[in-house]
Design a protein around this ligand. Structure first.
Ligand code: URP
Ligand code: ZN
Ligand code: ZN
Length: 467
């Protein structure tokens, strides 16, 4: 017999509402959300009661952009599915959507099977996959239809990284035409990689080898240009478009203009672009390498545009792009040549808290916090209403959140498998207290009770934001 759980006394916050309500969980699903002043609330009983007095009760986070055990620059990201999903659970994220990789010259199926093998039996929370297209050809295009049918409904392409993941405009157009026909969503890493490589070569030839030059050569205008081009290609193909890790205000302008024309164009940013900047990339003694990611961190002036776009819905999702590499032995591969620093930063554990801090600081409302971190990612990637909300029938992925707890982020205390924190010493108000994944406690009042293998693969439907 399965246990029933009653979460009592909290403020239930969803993207749509804030209600003093109690939440009843049965068989891993939400059975009822009952307003506290109703007669029904008085008669609710369960095998186990969790006290949420003075706490928020929110949906588990949906992080739609992670890279566990991801190959880059001759190494692999340092979190695998076991350590990465455990850290996600600690941070109140109960679903991740990771990127399976097609290797050049190989089938999508081969890459997807490899990602299933990496994740199967290892995850602490539920997971799904996008597919990275590294080699768009006739075979790839045919396979895309089958993947959409089986629940891998989004495909990432790269206008960056020539010779590695890069697709040219013709390949991009063909793949977009395919998603226009099969209901898939095209995701784009929008940076002009061909032009960037020229600037990289020139910088290195001039002796500009430090990490800060990574930010300088990956120019905001080259993000904006690629964003513009991706939008026009999507228009020609008649396909929806989701631009990942947007960091430049000029790229936001492109998205806003497209959305102003009612085009099905969406965008995501990440906490690192909201809180960190080129100042971090300039940290001495190669310290800037910790912050090398692409798109790169930008000068602080870009942040206001990103916060504004999150409020006005020109950006709809905040994901982490969690792709950690240890400083020792991994980031160090690029000492003396910034182009050899593996690209990516850790973050899967801190997204919910960093966005709650945005509520504290007045950038976002509580409901918008939940919308950006839980509900819209679930709808964008075909997981709603099973994931991303608190409503009868939804999976009981629930976080009890203490909005007044104080914490200081540090590599000493985080749970990600990486030897530094991008936010070392940052003080935050608010903290995840208890996390349920399909009704099972995975974090209980600050101690871990999850297990590898609890997390299940979730096939996805198509994007739910299209008319
Ligand atoms: N973002 C990053 O620097 N690394 C991960 C790969 C990608 O998303 O481009
Ligand atoms: Zn990318
Ligand atoms: Zn990424």
């Amino acid at each position: 017999m399965t246990l029933t759980t009653l979460i009592k006394g909290g403020l239930v916050v969803t993207a749509a509402d804030e209600t003093e309500a109690d939440v009843l969980v049965e068989d891993g699903r939400i059975a009822a959300v009952v307003a506290r002043n109703s007669t029904a609330a008085a008669s609710l009983t369960a095998d186990r009661t969790l006290d949420a007095t003075d706490r928020y009760v929110i949906p588990g986070g949906v992080d739609a952009h992670t890279h566990m055990d991801f190959p880059f620059g001759g190494t692999f990201s340092s979190d695998d599915f076991e350590t990465g999903t455990r850290a996600a659970a600690w941070g109140g994220t109960t679903t991740i959507v990771d990127f399976a990789v097609q290797t050049k010259g190989h089938a999508l199926r081969e890459g997807l099977d490899r990602w299933h093998a990496k994740a199967d039996g290892r995850c602490a929370v539920d997971y799904a996959f996008h597919m990275i297209l590294s080699d768009v050809n006739e075979g790839t295009l045919k396979e895309m239809d089958a993947l959409v049918e089986e629940g891998v409904t989004s495909f990432k392409m790269f206008m960056a990284y020539p010779g590695v993941f890069y697709s040219d405009d013709g390949q991009i157009l063909r793949a977009m035409q395919r998603t226009a026909a099969n209901g898939g969503l095209t995701m784009m890493h929008a940076e002009n990689g061909i032009a960037i490589d020229v600037l990289v070569e020139q910088a290195l030839a001039a002796g500009r080898t430090d990490p800060r030059h990574h930010g300088e050569v990956r120019k905001a205008l080259l993000e904006a240009e690629a964003t513009h081009r991706a939008i026009q290609l999507a228009r020609v193909a008649g396909s929806p478009l989701y631009v990942v890790h947007v960091s430049a205000s000029e790229a936001v302008e492109q998205l806003a203009a497209a959305r102003g024309m009612d085009l099905p164009v969406f965008g995501e940013t990440c906490p690192q672009y909201l809180y960190l900047s080129t100042d971090n990339l300039a940290e001495p003694d190669f310290g800037g390498a910790k912050y090398v990611c692409s798109t790169p961190l930008r000068p602080r002036e870009h942040q206001a545009a990103l916060w504004r776009a999150l409020r006005t819905d020109d950006l709809q999702v905040v994901s982490t792009d969690h792709c950690p590499f240890c400083f020792t032995g991994q980031k160090e591969l690029g000492r003396g040549d910034f182009s050899k620093i593996p690209n990516g930063m850790p973050g899967v554990e801190h997204r919910m808290d960093l966005l709650h801090q945005a509520v504290v600081d007045g950038h976002l409302t509580r409901r918008r916090w939940i919308d950006l971190a839980c509900t819209t990612p679930a709808r964008m990637f075909g997981l709603h209403p099973k994931k991303g909300t608190l409503a009868p029938g939804a999976d009981a992925d629930i976080v009890i959140y203490d909005p007044r707890a104080e914490q200081t982020l540090s590599a000493e205390t985080h749970h990600m498998n990486v030897d530094y924190s991008a936010y070392e010493g940052k003080r935050l108000t608010g903290r995840v207290e208890t996390v349920l994944s399909r009704g099972e406690p995975v974090v209980e009042r600050g101690s871990y009770s999850g297990r590898a293998g609890h997390g299940r693969y979730v096939p996805r439907g198509i994007c739910q934001l299209l008319n």
